[in-house]
Each structure stands twice: as structure tokens, then as C-alpha cells.
Design a protein around this ligand. Sequence first.
Ligand code: MRU
Length: 334
Amino acid sequence: MLPETIEWIGDVPLLKLLDQRKIPFSVEFRECRTYEETADAIEDMTVRGAPAIGVVAAYGIVLAAREDMMKIDDAFLRLSATRPTAVNLFWSLERMRSVYKNSMGAHDICAILESEAEKIKEEDIEINRRIGKNGAALLPDKAAVITHCNAGALATAGYGTALGVFRAARRSGKELKIFADETRPRFQGGRLTAFELCEDGFDVTVICDSMAPFLMSREKIDAVITGADRIALNGDTANKIGTYGLAVAAYRHSIPFYIAAPLSTIDFNCPDGTMIPIEERNHSEVRRIGNELIVHEAAKVWNPAFDVTPAELIMAIITEDGIFAPAEIKKLKI
Ligand code: MRU
């Protein structure tokens, strides 16, 4: 059974997070009692995945408020400095900030903030179910699909975006064969997606990232579906490094490439992919596997955590409100 990713225990208060750095070797939980601990957990990837980061940051604000209302401005600053690419983080903090401003002076401000964080979490699961239902309609009754990184229950409050599409497709009676890219350098596909899908009884095959184009040339693949960390107004989409290459390969083999993401992943202030901030992480993620050094110490390393897939390679973006061509994204701006 799949353990819960994010659990809020309000009467302590504490935030209990599944430690995703340890999966699949062990199922352990980390308890965050302060906003600083929450920010550390986002930064060190105890919790990861755009929607999950957003939910956790909202609870970080609640922890700051419960500890000392004077800490709340610091908490907004610290939490927004954790990871730069996933826009859901900033979307969620903005939502918490506006509730905070509107309830200033209220005697039950902590309870108001707590209820907003709970809402963000519950809405995320509900939204993912709608994304899943919309996306499932795109798959044939017997489908072979490829996904990258982990856009599942582990990356969200539950159910997942890309993996939510697979869950909904299976529920509607479709038969799936899922290929999961291992996703260098942190192996979110090999460690997390394979764990999540196996625990839920899916047929999953792990491949190295470099194998996907060859797989496409040898087997009938019906679709590639990934999540997203930020979608620009023109439909360019940032997701885990390797997604762009996968989209290029899908295009070469005339395989539809879909992004499954909530509307909160669209950055309506970002005109195109060149404006998306790309997180660069520590070189040791590439230089080492676990504690083992695999690259000559004198070699330089470049480690962008995300890449940008140009809109023209994306067949459609699956959201909770429907399926849109990348060119339609700008029309969704309110
Ligand atoms: O660095 P990570 O593991 O946070 O990257 C996660 C991804 O790239 C996911 O595909 C994305 O956040 C969507 S999760 C529904």
C-alpha cells in the first residue's frame, strides 16, 4: 500500500512527511515542527513534486503562525527561497499571504490559515482526479505509455497528475503497460514512480532515460505523459530534466506528447519558456551515486534540475478544466 505523502497533525502541531529520499529502500517519515524545518525538507527533497511542494509550503506558514505571528514574514521569505522552478510553490504562498492579509486582526487567524492549507491539500487531490478523468479519455483501451520523473501521488497531495491519468484509465477498464524513465540524476522514476506503481499493482517497466528513443523505435508506444513544474503563457513547459529530450524523441516517432498539470502550474506572468527560472542543483548529484564517486574529481559537472519543452512539441495540456492545445493556454488568463 502507498504511504501518505503529507499528513498534518494539527493538535501538536506538526507536519509529517514521507521521506522520499529513502524510497524504495525504507519507508520513513520526517516530522516538521517549524517553518524552518519545513523549508529544509523542501530544499533537501524530503518532499518534492510541484503540487506537493505547494501544499507543504502552505503548512509551513501555519507552523510559523502557530509558533509566533511575528515569524510569518520570515516564513514567507524562507519558504519562497527553497526551490525556484515549480510555480505551485509561489501560487500557494500567494494564496496563504492573501488569506493572512484579509484576516489580520482576527482573533482566530491561525485557524483561518490552517483551514486554507487544508483546503489547498484537499483541492489538490480533487483536481488530480479531474485531470485523471480528462486524460484517460485520450488513451486507447490497450495502451503502452512512457512517463518521466514522478508525477504521481508522491508528487502531490494524492492521486497524481500524469500517474493520475493512468489511475483513471485503469479504473475505466483500460489496460496499461507503463514505461518509467529512471530519471537521472536523482532517480525519481526508478525509485519513486516504480515504487508507487508497483504498490498499486500496475504493469511498470523501468528504463534508463537514454533508452526511450530506442524503445519508441521498437515498440508501439501510444503516448508520453509527464507532469510540469511551470507552464508559460505560450505553452512552453518546464519539467524534470530529460523531459525535453523525451518530447523530441516522441515527435520523431509521431507519438503524442502530453503534459498533465493543474491550472496552478500555469504562470500567467511568464510569456515563454526562456523566462522560466531553472534550478541548478549541487554537482554531487551527478558526480556520485549515493556516496559512491562515479565521475573523475577533475571533471566539471552541470546539473540543471529542469528543462523546457517548447510548445510545438506538446500535443496537449491536460488540466482539471479540460484538455488544451498549448496555444490556448493564454486564453485561460482571467
Ligand atoms: O525535482 P522534483 O522531483 O521536484 O521534480 C518533479 C517533477 O519534475 C515533476 O514532474 C513535476 O513537479 C510535476 S509533479 C505532479
